[in-house]
Design a protein around this ligand. Sequence first.
Ligand code: AMP
Ligand code: FE
Ligand code: FE
Ligand code: ZN
Length: 285
Amino acid sequence: MGAKEQREIFSAEGRADLHLHTTFSDGALTPQELVKKAQAAGLKAIAITDHDHVGALEEAVDWGKTYGVEVISGLELSATFGEKDIHILAYFFDPTDKNLLEYLEVFRKERLRRAERIVEKLNKINIPITLDSVLKKAGEGSIGRPHIANALLDKGLTGTYHEAFTKYIGTNGPAYEKKFQLSPEEAMRLVTSSGGLSFLAHPGNYTTDAELLDLIRKGMDGIEVVHPSHSESRQEYYRGVVNQYFLLESGGSDYHGGKKNDDYAFGAFSVPLHVVETMRSRLFG
Ligand code: AMP
Ligand code: FE
Ligand code: FE
Ligand code: ZN
């Protein structure tokens, strides 16, 4: 088969975006708006992966039936790995699992307390931001630093969204506060016990190749290969690791919408549909 035929089969198969955020975390679109946008972009399947929140999933699955887009259950957890904060994507878990829901509740309460501490720190350095303005940004979703950055931006207390991190709330900023501590092993156990698969999210952002191997040894099921922060050569490297260790591949746009300026990524960072089927067969045979 020539390259042209291969490309034709490839495009006929359809594409999936397995990393998307809604208003249930720091995304700008509601589940319905996001599913509709996925249909318009010609995507066949998506995973909504809100931070510490599965609240979008039930309605998104229903909207998926309306718009003809398969919606698989997703979630993005944060874990502490040495001095670093890493993100773990979970797929195909049971979103009604009681144990999982209880943990997520705890994480979100801890996020609220952390936002309170960050606001206090900002006030101490004479940045007049209110917790209320941050809560309004978060709405029904789990609170994160992006909401604080947007609240600062709205009040003109920072020039750009990114500057809020470099000047105030980033890892080395004067108003930085650590998140609730959960080890990668604990996060993966939580995913496994609710029937899902764990993937290391966007390793190119923060994980050295040695750390990546350590996380594979700890039981990561797969790696997010396709992500806007990964160059072609990084993608090839991660795909090689996936094959070498018999892992699974994932990928998506990490689209948030709104002020994140990531509209270019939607539809442009995706994986072929068989990636989803491979995950399913790893779990269900
Ligand atoms: P949180 O989960 O509350 O710690 O927020 C983490 C999120 O903040 C990440 O997923 C990014 O979207 C965003 N973020 C973290 N650091 C930066 C940075 N330096 N510049 C812009 N956005 C950042
Ligand atoms: Fe986010
Ligand atoms: Fe992430
Ligand atoms: Zn994300």
